[in-house]
Design a protein around this ligand. Structure first.
Ligand SMILES: CC#C[C@H]1NC(N)=Nc2cc3[nH]c(NC)nc3cc21
Ligand SMILES: [Zn+2]
Length: 372
């Protein structure tokens, strides 16, 4: 088996790259979209479904699993792989973002971040070492460093100081899980808010540390799409060409295609799973909402170009009925479809990069999605 952490670029099309990333649980074809399974489950579907829609790697959350059921319990049950019967790669976020966006009352010191559980209000502290220890207990194949997530709009001086601490925390994370240890990988997270010089400083400092990959954090936190694209265009090329680049929490189909065009290799977003539960479905002809009356007696498949179980088996009329009746099957079929849409788009992206036709693919999706 090729050494975990090995990242090979197989083809390029402009700044877009097609590659493979080796992990302890198998090879990931990039660019890749990672379904989000925050609490050790991709809501409403099971591992067999994930296999059927050809998901390669799923995302779990340190904060949530530490809170419930507890990372020690998950370790006892064989890590996320044994616990959730998922034998492919898992990436776990460090809790950095969740503590800053979910938990109550926080205090940040050099040692770590103290916070109150959003479940029962109990007090906890995440240090860089603790964040790594939790991810080790979860059996994570790709661990994220603990970062300080500054809110959109934070002023320059605070952002500058914060990125320095995030770099010191990143070094402590790498020290807590040295390069090559049991085939697990650790990715750094570039911070610096919306200041290009601070993003450059953060990237330069992190690249001094031997991470197997680098994430761009602090985007899709409330900025405009143009601001995100501009910051991404500045930051992505700064990162090592020979290592995977991961854009956290992104995004819509167009955000992902624009990210690929700027050299990003990995993405995760709750959009396909969250939208499935409110009836918003992604199709080859744009976004629709299945509850619209026009689908009431529509016998056609949701998306004739989609190969998922929902599109192969049921009509739009049936999917609308399930949604209006709040049947649990609605969540499952809509989720299967939305995730398959994202995963199929990434399959087309990888093929297009290999054939040098990525820009044509992007234009095709833009024609269907620009306005939505
Ligand atoms: C500031 C910062 C930052 C990043 N830090 C970590 N650890 N995880 C993230 C997850 C995200 N999800 C979204 N959007 C939904 N933006 C994210 C950003 C981060
Ligand atoms: Zn489908």
């Amino acid at each position: 088996m090729t050494r975990p952490g090995t990242f090979q670029i197989l083809a390029r099309d402009g700044a877009a790259r097609r590659g493979t990333l080796e992990t302890a649980h198998g090879t990931v074809q990039t660019p890749v979209f990672m379904p989000v399974g925050t609490q050790a489950s991709v809501k409403s579907i099971d591992p067999r479904d994930l296999d059927e829609i050809r998901a390669q790697i799923v995302l779990g959350n340190t904060y949530h699993l530490y809170m419930r059921p507890g990372d020690e319990l998950v370790a006892q049950m064989g890590g996320l792989h044994g616990f959730a019967a998922w034998d492919r790669p898992v990436l776990t976020d460090s809790g950095g973002f969740q503590v800053f966006s979910l938990a109550g009352l926080r205090e940040i010191t050099e040692n770590g971040v103290t916070f109150r559980s959003h479940i029962d209000g109990s007090s906890h502290i995440f240090t860089p070492e603790k964040a790594i220890a939790i991810q080790q207990n979860l059996g994570s194949d790709i661990m994220m460093v603990l970062d300080e997530c500054v809110a959109y709009g934070t002023e320059y001086d605070y952002t500058a100081k914060s990125l320095e601490m995030t770099t010191r925390w990143a070094q402590r994370c790498r020290d807590a899980h040295p390069e090559g240890q049991n085939g697990r990988l650790v990715f750094g997270i570039v911070q610096g808010g919306f200041f290009e010089d601070l993003r450059t400083r953060s990237a330069q400092q992190l690249m001094e540390i031997p991470f197997e990959g680098f994430a761009i954090g602090g985007l899709s936190v409330g900025e405009s799409p143009d601001e995100m694209r501009q910051l991404l265009a500045h930051t992505a090329p700064l990162l090592p060409d020979q290592k995977p680049r991961y854009l956290m929490g992104v995004g819509t189909p167009m955000d992902i295609l624009d990210g690929v065009a700027l050299g990003v290799d990995m993405f995760d977003c709750v959009l396909p799973t969250r939208n499935a539960r409110n009836g918003t479905l992604f199709t080859s002809f744009g976004k629709i909402n299945i509850k619209q009356a026009r689908f009431r007696d529509d016998p056609e498949p949701l998306d004739p170009e989609c190969d998922c179980y929902a599109c192969r088996t049921f009509s739009r009329a049936y999917l609308r009925h399930l949604y209006m009746a709040r049947e649990l099957l609605s969540y499952r079929l809509n989720t299967l479809h939305n995730l398959r849409f994202y995963l199929r788009m990434m399959e087309e992206v990888r093929d297009a990069i290999g054939q040098g036709t990525f820009e044509q693919l992007r234009a095709r999706y833009r024609a269907a999605y620009e306005q939505s």
